[in-house]
Design a protein around this ligand. Structure first.
Ligand SMILES: N[C@@H](CCC(=O)N[C@@H](CS)C(=O)NCC(=O)O)C(=O)O
Length: 261
């Protein structure tokens, strides 16, 4: 039995759910309430010492790190492979997934986290909110969240994030003008890895960020038309959350747009 410790709007969890859906693998999802900081409870930290979702549990063994999980699932379920046999395409795929892990993910976190968490923290005393943030195990992530809590979307980290996003999209455009998919001729873990970050743009109504990038727009349509998108991402989003996100994202968009250089 496969279990996934999960959250509907976590890009990393969405990535894993996309792989499971592409391959038709059954699994049991356990919701981790990030807003209630359930990811920082001692029980969850035993599964995932970084206090992050997702965690895949396979025959009782917890496996963290979405990129690792996706490759593991492709190894365990080799039918409908999501990695090319061509070494150059495989390298290209890993360059994209590495870039997600090393840069776009943090940028997305810096934009998405305040939308989710600032309303929750606003209901607490400053002391309680600061104490809660002190529990975040990773010092880099903790510092980013503290900065966003104190300065909101005008924090330098948010300005850098929106520009990191835009640069990623522009680089995608250059490549997708020459090939259909990010790793080359076939849909792969690179496309799956990037799709959730477009879901973030979609649900916060920030798709204008790539409105001028035609090849990216076509890639987005192709990816989001896949049945796995419906099964893994769209159907998991609670409608009240979609409404809350689009209203919050819409309100902040002019400020974000003005920060793009
Ligand atoms: N490198 C990790 C990153 C996981 C991650 O950042 N998860 C976020 C949601 S997408 C999370 O759990 N955030 C909770 C928090 O920061 O409190 C992976 O790929 O699995």
């Amino acid at each position: 039995m496969i279990e996934l410790h999960d959250h509907p709007v976590s890009p990393c969890a969405q990535k894993v759910r996309l792989v499971l859906a592409e391959k038709g693998i059954e699994f049991e999802s356990h919701f981790v309430d990030l807003a209630a900081k359930q990811n920082l409870t001692p029980e969850y930290l035993q599964l995932n010492p970084a206090g992050l979702v997702p965690t895949l549990v396979l025959d009782g063994r917890p496996i963290p790190e979405s990129t690792v999980i996706c490759e593991l699932l492709d190894d365990l379920y080799p039918e409908s492979p999501l990695r090319s046999k061509d070494p150059l395409e495989l390298a290209q795929m890993r360059i994209w997934t590495k870039r997600l892990d090393e840069s776009l993910h943090a940028a997305c976190g810096a934009l998405q986290w305040p939308m989710l968490m600032l309303p929750v923290l606003a209901k607490m005393s400053t002391e309680d909110a600061e104490a809660l943030l002190m529990k975040v195990p990773d010092p880099v992530r903790r510092g980013r969240q503290q900065e966003l809590y104190r300065l909101g979307m005008s924090a330098p980290v948010a300005v850098t994030a929106v520009n990191t996003y835009r640069k990623f999209l522009v680089d995608m455009e250059a490549l997708l003008k020459q090939q259909s998919w990010l790793a080359g001729s076939s849909f792969s873990l690179a496309d799956i890895g990037v799709m959730p970050y477009f879901q973030t743009l979609k649900h916060f109504c920030w798709t204008e960020m790539f409105a001028d990038l035609t090849a990216v727009g076509q890639w987005y349509e192709r990816c989001f038309a896949r049945p796995s998108y419906q099964a893994a991402i769209a159907s998991a989003m609670p409608p009240p959350l979609i409404e809350q996100f689009s209203a919050a994202g819409d309100a902040i968009w002019p400020e974000l747009k003005a920060a793009i250089v």
